[in-house]
Design a protein around this ligand. Structure first.
Ligand code: DGL
Length: 290
């Protein structure tokens, strides 16, 4: 695709699967005139139980695929991929790359009154310690309590957002968190915003929930506005989706993530992502640009 200038290019966004649609939905709500290309790596989801090495490899492949499409900004919607690969991806590509950790961490620092913040996420996100590090980099006095909640992702994908099974899981996972006197809790996973109601019920009304998807969308709006990269009104807007497996399932589960339309979905093979990353590496070695 050819664009007259950088502002007219789409925003590229990737996630391990459908979860990143929570971030995309917030971006569409704030920036309806922006074109977006979303890549959901549905063949290799979940990332949250994988090693950092594997997640970095997948993230580089996803990034190379989107950069090759011609995008002005790359957003890593997946908390796990942001936690373990953001700096590597930033160094690999010449366009701005944004993750979800920093905006969520900043919002938590602003929200806490007693200096005690909880973070929940996938095993890989929590193991990386990325949220804790980022929060303490902003304010070293803040105490951060972290906990992985692995069952939350499959429960959301099953459509169980507000029943006794989810509540039981939330009560088990968050039992220690409730005793730790936090006043702010970061929902550090793409799927968790869909469980806000149950998490609120378990944690109580006094604990502020930080939705990393909303914080990310606010951050993207700020960056595009301040850098003069908002889409010009005469450029038509499009929304394109790529998945690495099961487009029908993506469409069906994606509706749960409340994106208005999930129409233009194309399946691409994982092997084509791998090839794209190799081409990208070769171009870099030859001193070329993608
Ligand atoms: N998108 C992932 C995240 O935000 C959750 C799903 C997965 O484990 O891949 O961490």
């Amino acid at each position: 695709m050819k664009f007259k200038n950088m502002a007219d290019m789409p925003i590229g966004i990737f996630d391990s699967g459908v979860g990143g649609l929570t971030v995309l939905k917030e971006i569409h709500a704030r920036l309806p005139a922006e074109s977006t290309i979303y890549l959901g790596d549905t063949a290799r989801v979940p990332y949250g139980i994988r090693s950092a090495e594997t997640v970095i490899k997948y993230s580089l492949e996803n990034g190379a695929f989107l950069v090759e499409k011609g995008i002005k900004l790359l957003i890593i919607a997946c908390n796990t991929a942001s936690a373990v690969s953001l700096n590597i991806i930033r160094n690999a590509f010449k366009i701005p790359v944004l993750g979800v950790i920093e905006p969520g961490a900043k919002a938590a620092v602003l929200a806490t009154k007693n200096g005690r913040v909880g973070v929940i996420g996938t095993e890989a996100t929590i193991q990386s310690g990325a949220y804790g590090r980022t929060i303490r980099d902003i304010d070293k006095h803040i105490v951060v309590v972290e906990r992985s909640c692995p069952l939350f992702v499959p429960l959301v994908e099953e459509g169980w957002l507000d029943n006794e099974v989810v509540e039981l899981a939330a009560r088990r996972y968050l039992a220690e968190m409730r005793l730790s006197n936090i006043d702010t809790l970061v929902l550090g996973c793409t799927h968790y915003p869909l469980l806000k109601k149950v998490i609120k019920k378990v944690m109580g009304d006094d604990v502020v929930l930080i939705d990393s998807a909303i914080e990310k969308a606010k951050n993207v709006t700020k960056i595009l506005t301040s850098s003069g990269l908002l889409n010009t009104p005469e450029t038509p807007t499009f929304r394109k989706y790529y998945v690495t497996d099961c487009p029908e399932r993506f469409q069906q589960i994606g509706k749960r993530f409340m994106v208005d339309s999930l129409e233009d979905i194309t399946k691409i093979g994982v092997s084509s992502l791998e090839e794209k990353a190799i081409e990208f590496k070769n171009a870099q070695c030859a001193g070329g640009l993608i």
